[in-house]
Ligand binder design. Structure first.
Ligand code: NAP
Length: 455
């Protein structure tokens, strides 16, 4: 894919970037490596001051950054503004908490003194997706920089201006020039970067093929990776649930970011007793959503980020229908306008053995399933290769405990929307990836956990 800005609302190609040459990449890696040798010696107080400054820059220019995101990948402007604010939050969170998370931990042994101490690894590569172009990067960069690592970013090829803005923010905040650099490179250039001796570890957020490719290249070099991959999260509604609240949350859970979120609720698993009422309400609420120009404050759903995503989603819906699924609303791209617009869509009666029943639908399409009881709900929720998040709705304490214990996912949210929060670890199991971001667990991924024993 060419590195370029193509406005998904208008299909206009606005800017094309030339990928870095091997010599240019080498120069940036040399700078990252030499910067690390000095940067690792800086104090927490200094790093916190820089990160807090980054938070101020983000907040001061939130509209400008939000507009870059919306122009490049089409998220509604109000969500883009909220994303910039969330980046400021994660900067402040780690600026405050990192010294505590990385403080020595004393352990009583046969030594006169023994403890665990945390040390940075060096240059860390982050390969990031376009769907939350600022948030995904800051949730990597804030803990990595606080831990004394330096970062290099390979962002998705359709958000180059976001990638450059991110580097600029961290520079403006005062971090040394090599502490965080953007590499404008294509996916095929990533392998050489992870194989480079100066790069010590990598994190990738994106699709399964991309994760597998990076992790195998890193594995050959015995380098650690963290993978945050796709999902097809269940949203389970049992008979005792507060239905009004469940339906209202279901709309946000499916439609956030034009339906292109890894932790979006994608499979709605409904107890038979409430399924009809839930479905009717969901149809009404989906139909009330405003699809249109994402720069407009009152738009709920903008275009999909690229024309390829639109084609793929359309194909998945058609395949489902051929396999026997029924379309309740929506079901085909909006052809009355330019850009990659797809309407809110609901599919039901999806045969469980159909090819798409276990796939991730990355767009505003809800898949509805009916179950007789909690056993069937849990079985269906788990019958999927992914395990990122799950939202489950019940007011029954026994049901709640079973859902928490038996759902195979990195997160279970009871009576709420699955969301990321700097204070809680975030990540998946199964083919949704491994490792964790955010919270104390996130900052411990890219450090040397050093055992110290003194006689
Ligand atoms: P993608 O194609 O995998 O792209 C993600 C990043 O990986 C981009 O920077 C891409 O670069 C790069 N890439 C692609 N193929 C690669 C390869 N073979 N080697 C190295 N890098 C490679 O992902 P996407 O389809 O755009 O994004 C959507 C996916 O990301 C969904 O599955 C979604 O669920 C997942 N996601 C997961 C999380 C999470 O936290 N778990 C969060 C957000 C999104 P190019 O753009 O140059 O191809």
């Amino acid at each position: 894919m060419a590195i370029s800005t193509i406005n998904p609302t208008t299909a206009e190609k606005l800017k094309v970037f030339t990928p870095l040459t091997s010599a240019e990449i080498d120069k940036k890696l040399a700078l990252a490596d030499s910067t690390f040798k000095q940067y690792r010696k800086t104090s927490f107080a200094q790093r916190s001051a820089w990160l807090n400054r980054a938070a101020e820059i983000l907040e001061k220019n939130k509209l400008e950054y939000a507009r870059i995101m919306t122009t490049e990948m089409g998220k509604p402007i109000k969500s883009a503004i909220a994303e910039v604010q969330k980046c400021a939050l994660v900067c402040r969170y780690y600026a405050e908490k990192a010294p505590k998370f990385l403080a020595d931990v004393s352990v009583a042994t046969d030594a006169s003194e023994s403890f665990v101490s945390y040390h940075p690894l060096g240059v860390i590569l982050a390969v990031m997706p376009w769907n939350f172009p600022f948030w995904q990067v800051f949730r990597f960069a804030a803990p990595a920089l606080m831990a004394g690592n330096v970062g290099i970013l390979k962002h998705a090829s359709n958000v180059p201006q976001c990638a450059l803005a991110l580097e600029d923010i961290i520079q403006q905040a005062g971090f040394p020039p090599g502490a965080f650099q953007t590499l404008l490179i294509g996916a095929e250039q990533v392998k050489a970067v992870i194989e480079d001796d100066r790069v010590k570890a990598a994190t990738l957020t994106g699709s399964e093929p991309a994760g597998a490719s990076l992790a195998s290249a890193a594995g050959k070099q015995i380098k650690k990776t963290v993978l945050e991959l796709g999902g097809s999260d269940p949203f389970i509604v049992l008979e005792s649930a507060d239905l009004e609240s469940a339906v209202a949350t279901a709309v946000t859970a499916r439609m956030l970011n034009n339906g292109q979120s890894c932790i979006a609720a994608k499979r709605f698993i409904l107890a038979e007793a409430i399924a009809d009422e839930f479905t009717e309400e969901l149809i009404t609420k989906f139909q009330a959503l405003k699809v249109g120009d994402p720069m407009s404050e009152d738009t709920d759903i903008g275009p999909l980020a690229t024309s390829a995503i639109l084609t793929d989603l359309d194909q998945q819906v058609q395949t489902s229908v051929q396999a026997g699924a029924k379309i309740l609303i929506g079901g085909k791209p909006l052809s009355d306008r330019p850009g990659n617009f797809y309407p809110p869509t609901i599919l039901t009666d999806i045969p469980l053995d159909s090819p798409t029943a276990k796939e991730e639908f990355f767009g505003p399409v809800a898949l509805l399933f009916r179950v007789k009881n909690i056993d069937e709900a849990i079985e269906l929720a788990n019958d999927i290769p992914f395990g990122l998040g799950a939202s489950a709705w019940t007011t029954n304490p026994q049901e709640r405990d079973r859902l928490i214990k038996d759902i195979e996912a990195g997160a279970v949210f009871i009576n709420g929307l699955v969301k990321s929060d700097p204070r809680l670890p975030f990540g998946g199991i199964k083919r949704s990836g491994y490792g964790r971001e955010l919270s104390i667990q996130g900052i411990h991924e890219f450090v040397n956990i050093k055992t110290v024993w003194i006689k």
